[in-house]
Design a binder for this molecule. Sequence first.
Ligand code: FE2
Length: 339
Amino acid sequence: MGKDYLDGVLQHGSAFAAHPRIDPVGDRDAGNPCLVNFALKPGLSTTITVYELNLEGRVVRQHAHAIPGFAFIHDFAITPNYCIFFQNPVSFNPVPFVLGWRGAAECISLRRNQPTQIILIPRNGSDPVQLISAEAGFVFHHANAFEQDGDLVVDSVSYTDFPTVMPDQDYREVKFATLPPGQLWRFRIHLATKTVERSLLEQRCCEFPTLHPAHVGRPYRYVYLGAAHACEGNAPLQGTLKVDLETGDRQFWSAAPRGFAGEPVFVPRSVGQGDAGFHRTGAEDDGWLIVLVFDGETDRSAFVILDAKNLNRGAIARLHLKHHVPYGLHGTFTPHYFG
Ligand SMILES: [Fe+2]
């Protein structure tokens, strides 16, 4: 629809990350939702700017922090009091990028056996930034984070190596089995001791974690992911996985062998009743998952709607498109129609 400079907050060429998080109950905004996002200016040291926007789209808080070292950060997580970033241990070779041979992300390699730096930026903008070392691989996406008994808990999809597929490579010849699978990990950050414990939540190859919007930054029970059909090894995402973090129960819907599924977008049932989805009404999994599925049989895509309470019911509706939709990364849902 066009570029927006947020009433002059951003200048031409400014960065604004593609991963905003919406705090469903902004304590500093009279309980209204607020959108939190960041911008990164990488270099020998990296500047992270945090923006918080109110419901009118106005920037109501903004603060910038210099972090030591180069940082490549795709996503972040929020809690009521913190913005949480994982600074992956990567090195950047600028030459192919400067010469225009490669995109920036293609000039990055993981420095194995180096710790990930977890960066905690207090959302009040005034308390000091904390840096805490953690054992982690490479993280693109975080599922969620929350505060619990003096700890911060962050659930993230982590890889043992940076999964690189070069643009000059024929995608049909990529040996998926040789690439590391993304797996869902829980990182528990003890703020008092500045230590981190991690545990594997899901070993199945997965990506694009999503949850009920009213639980962003808060304790939550259900996470939904795009996932591979087989429970082990790396493979393209072909299904939707629901993990009950309380009981460990799993439900899995698969579009295999010819269906390829993307990010599952959770739509709370209350949205159909005029609520924007930021209130907790009913069970946390009372709603639908919308998944864009490419069918290799017909070369067309379809929107598949699943019952989030019970994925075993299979597709409860399929909206067939007359064409395919090229793979994207993320989706979002709004009850508004933008004609
Ligand atoms: Fe992303």
